[in-house]
Ligand binder design. Structure first.
Ligand SMILES: NC(=O)c1ccc[n+]([C@@H]2O[C@H](COP(=O)([O-])OP(=O)(O)OC[C@H]3O[C@@H](n4cnc5c(N)ncnc54)[C@H](OP(=O)(O)O)[C@@H]3O)[C@@H](O)[C@H]2O)c1
Length: 336
């Protein structure tokens, strides 16, 4: 089994540096393959609709004596539909039941913009406006945070954190929180490295998890979902660094983040790539290599959350100002 690393959270927990991302992953065999290779960290979300399957596999692996619950680190995320304070505990309890566990290691607010809760009891589909964009509502994430803090008090979750919050939003929660965020999950890769934001969090003891660490090459190409990151793995400079070390471009992208102190959660449904993505502890990038990767920065966000809908970009809690600035809001109230 490969050697792995971990990052210490301010709670004292150790969070494995490499986790298995599971967005668009429903195949339990992939999770089994990951556990066999040595992954002990799984990233999921209520929104991904796969907590059930993950729970079944984990329960079976524990029964078979392959793992113990205590050695697994499970992250899941509160659905944007469940952000109203009165829903938070109930949605968490549903996750615990689906994941077949008595506690969640790290629980994140998935996105700062809340969705309408009108379909919450029916399942996970978000209610949409006629144009297909989600119906949003105005819930202050600080009110949601207060409920998350109570979950820690009561032992349902060990640590709480944020995802897709802007620097200003993180700063606000951080300064007003009774229990400070232990982790921020956000898009980070060579085209969108977010150096200043990472530095800001690190100085405050907030660990960072990078999503789309290899550019999310499998992200569907749908209008508004953001640009494709397929070409990131094809960057000639990246290939050069990779061949110098006898590694793949994906290895170099993951290793670059790990050397920056960032936790990575590459997703794969392919057992061979799952194994490969874990082989990032047997080589080291030089300062020169790190500079080459730095040179690839395009300030290019791949996840624009267009699915949240342009008409929602004016929402007071929409976190990405550069997207907001590029939008024309003339039509926001048309044909709701
Ligand atoms: N908080 C959020 O809002 C948010 C947003 C996005 C993602 N996430 C989390 O972050 C995880 C990772 O992000 P992501 O899934 O978007 O992107 P990613 O991990 O950067 O890329 C995953 C894609 O790359 C392919 N792949 C995996 N390993 C590869 C390799 N070694 N070489 C070439 N291709 C490879 C996978 O295909 P195969 O499956 O065919 O191998 C898949 O299509 C997600 O799964 C999810 O858990 C969170």
């Amino acid at each position: 089994m490969a050697t792995t690393g971990s990052v210490r959270l301010h709670t004292g927990q150790r969070m494995p540096t490499v986790g298995l991302g599971t967005w668009m992953l429903t195949d339990g065999e992939a999770l089994k393959a990951a556990i066999d290779v040595g992954y002990r960290h799984i990233d999921t979300a209520q929104y991904y609709q796969n907590e059930d399957r993950i729970g079944e596999v984990l329960e079976q692996q524990i029964k078979d004596g392959k793992i113990m619950r205590e050695e697994m680190f499970i992250t899941t995320k509160l659905t944007p539909m469940g952000m109203a304070p009165e829903h938070v505990r109930k949605e968490t309890e549903k996750s615990l039941k689906r994941l077949k566990t008595s506690y969640i290691d790290l629980y994140l607010i998935h996105f700062p913009v809340a969705h309408s809760d009108e379909l919450l009891e029916k399942g996970v589909a978000t209610p949409l406006y006629k144009d297909g964009t989600p119906k949003t509502v105005f819930i202050d994430p600080l009110d949601t945070w207060r409920e998350m803090e109570k979950l820690v008090d009561d032992g349902l979750v060990k640590a709480i954190g944020l995802s897709n919050f802007s620097l200003k939003q993180v700063e606000r929660i951080y300064s007003l929180a009774r229990i400070k965020p232990a982790n921020l999950q956000m898009e980070i890769h060579a085209w969108f490295p977010q150096y200043d934001f990472v530095d800001f969090c690190t100085k405050r003891g907030i660990s960072i998890t990078a999503y789309a660490p290899i550019g999310s090459p499998g992200k569907p190409e749908m209008p508004g979902l953001g640009p494709s990151g397929k070409a990131l793995l094809e960057e000639p400079a990246l290939k050069e660094v990779a061949s110098k070390h006898g590694k793949t471009p994906a290895h170099v992208l993951l290793r670059n983040l790990i050397q920056r102190g960032i936790i990575v959660i590459p997703k794969s449904s392919n057992p061979e790539r799952i194994r490969l993505n874990f082989e990032v502890f047997d080589f080291e990038l030089t300062d020169e290599d790190m500079d080459v990767i730095k040179g690839l920065n395009k300030e290019k966000r791949l996840f624009t959350f267009g699915a949240v809908g342009e008409r929602n970009f004016h929402h007071p809690f929409f976190p990405f100002p550069e997207i907001k600035d590029s939008c024309d809001f003339q039509d926001v109230n048309k044909d709701l």
